[in-house]
Unconditional design. Structure first.
Length: 524
């Protein structure tokens, strides 16, 4: 363990922007839900009506989690159910970044040549991620308690967040030892997270038995603000400790630069369809794209099938009607779909960021230099990856538009009337996604060392669009986000001018970033 403290300070310095961003955003999100629920449902009768409407919507239980009561705290805990998935996601990315990604880049070997213990890097990464999830849970507890909710429920919610994050800290650490590289390690850990979410969702739709096979389900069963059950916290803690111990045990059995599971050798000769930079980019991104496609389709089906009964769930509050009215639509259900699609645009932007940053990781690992040493030009190599960063969101928004439109149309009995407007509303988010992508191209092309700051930019967009509107930030600040200028209504005909401007801005920034990449040196 020698050198763990020094490496932890190094990792904290490297994550001095990203880590506080996700900790604060996820930590205060339950507080924002509390403020929102108190304003939208001021009376016990309003909250009871919402509770009964939610119980009658199995798609809501699959998407968010089970709801256990109509008190304000119970509603806030239910609505914050996605935090139990987002915190593990942040933990996985943090652990893999500071373990296998460092190893793939050769920095772990460089550090190991000094007086640094074998387990120091793994321990420092786990301490950073574990401290992050613990701080997120503590921040959630303090914010809910300061808001006026009961202390026991606030502590239970914060603890449920912290322990599920701890489980996936251990899961990511173990995946980093088993996998043959950072990309595979992320795939293993994110696959485990997706499986845990799916098992919890299926269980919550049914009797709830299957939810006990998921760490996310364990945290949901803590039941904050609804006759708390504390023993699932112990179950998660034991599992997290076992996974962390297994990660250290496996780390002692593998060689540096390899995994417990050896990488498979490919065929001697590649098929013609794998020749060229576009085929290479497709080979690297096809697994991720397939997972995103399945996930976004299931999300769309859940939203579309539950939208038809959203009026009963939300009740007759005039405040809710006014809040959803700004999204357009002839009915409350259409306004709800338009509001969800505005959030989907940000989610799809995360896919684009991930696809774009693969350029940075390929360059950091020295693989870009190998490809560019052949007859492939810089522009062709860049364009191969940009094709999926630009067209991937088109495909995902098309999928979510179709899944929401068809499922909502089936619920209303009129697919032909609902599908076109929902599809156009989904695709209307594209220009804002492309602006984020173009900013990433500019960072990668001009200042590649700050390319990963694109995640911070996306986080700032979320803060401005989703949080800023709740806390009442001035409109000039909200206008900084490109998602402020895309159409909220399912009818985009009145927003063609703003769409055109966003596309022009994205094209100009992207071209400038591409030109900068052509002129700068490659980092070997």
């Amino acid at each position: 363990m020698r050198g763990t403290r020094a490496l932890l300070r190094l990792y904290l310095r490297r994550d001095r922007v990203v880590a506080p961003l996700w900790i604060v955003l996820l930590g205060v999100l339950p507080l924002l839900y509390a403020v929102s629920f108190e304003g939208l449902y001021p009376t016990a009768a309003d909250r009871q009506a919402f509770y009964l409407g939610t119980l009658a919507a199995p798609a809501q239980a699959a998407l968010v989690g089970p709801i256990f009561g109509s008190d304000l705290g119970a509603l806030v805990s239910w609505r914050s159910g996605l935090v139990l998935t987002l915190v593990p996601l942040a933990a996985i990315l943090t652990v893999v970044r500071h373990t296998r990604a460092e190893e793939d880049a050769g920095r772990t070997e460089l550090m190991g040549s000094t007086a640094v213990g074998r387990y120091a890097g793994l321990a420092a990464a786990m301490l950073l991620a574990g401290g992050g999830v613990a701080t997120t849970g503590l921040l959630s507890t303090l914010s809910l308690w300061a808001f006026g909710l009961p202390a026991a429920g606030s502590i239970a919610f914060g603890a449920s967040v912290a322990v599920v994050g701890g489980v996936f800290v251990g899961c990511a650490a173990l995946a980093a030892q088993v996998a043959s590289g950072a990309r595979v390690a992320r795939g293993y850990a994110l696959g485990a997270l997706a499986a845990a979410f799916a098992i919890r969702a299926i269980g919550d739709i049914g009797s709830g038995t299957m939810s006990w096979f998921s760490p996310i389900g364990w945290s949901a069963q803590v039941r904050p603000f609804a006759d708390e059950g504390w023993w699932p916290i112990l179950l998660s803690s034991v599992t997290a400790a076992a996974l962390c111990a297994a990660a250290f045990a496996v780390a002692n059995r593998r060689d540096l630069g390899s995994g417990l599971r050896a990488e498979r050798r490919g065929p001697v000769a590649a098929v013609p369809s794998l020749s060229g930079p576009v085929a290479l980019a497709w080979r690297l991104s096809r697994g991720t794209t397939a997972v995103w496609t399945v996930g976004i389709a299931l999300f769309g089906i859940a939203i579309g099938s539950s939208a038809n009964g959203i009026g009963d769930q939300l009740g007759s509050s005039a405040t809710i009607g006014d809040a959803l009215g700004k999204f357009g639509g002839d009915t409350l259900e259409q306004s709800f779909i338009a509001a969800v699609l505005s959030i989907v645009g940000i989610i799809v932007a995360a896919y684009s960021v991930s696809a774009l940053l693969r350029l940075h990781s390929e360059e950091e690992a020295g693989l870009a230099e190998i490809v560019l040493a052949t007859g492939v030009s810089r522009i062709r190599w860049l364009a191969g990856h940009l094709l999926f960063a630009v067209l991937g969101p088109v495909w995902l928004l098309l999928v979510v538009g179709l899944s929401v439109g068809v499922s909502y149309g089936l619920a209303t009995g009129d697919i032909a009337a609902e599908l076109p407007s929902v599809l156009s509303g989904a695709l209307g988010q594209l220009p804002a996604v492309w602006v984020v992508t173009a900013l990433g191209v500019a960072l990668f092309g001009a200042i590649p060392r700050f390319a990963s700051a694109l995640w911070a930019i996306l986080g700032g967009v979320v803060a401005l669009g989703q949080v800023g509107a709740v806390v009442g930030l001035p409109q000039p600040l909200l206008d900084i986000s490109p998602f402020t200028h895309v159409p909220w209504s399912l009818d985009i005909a009145d927003s063609l001018a703003s769409i055109g401007w966003l596309v022009a801005v994205a094209a100009a920034i992207g071209i400038a970033g591409s030109a900068a990449f052509v002129r700068r040196d490659i980092r070997g």
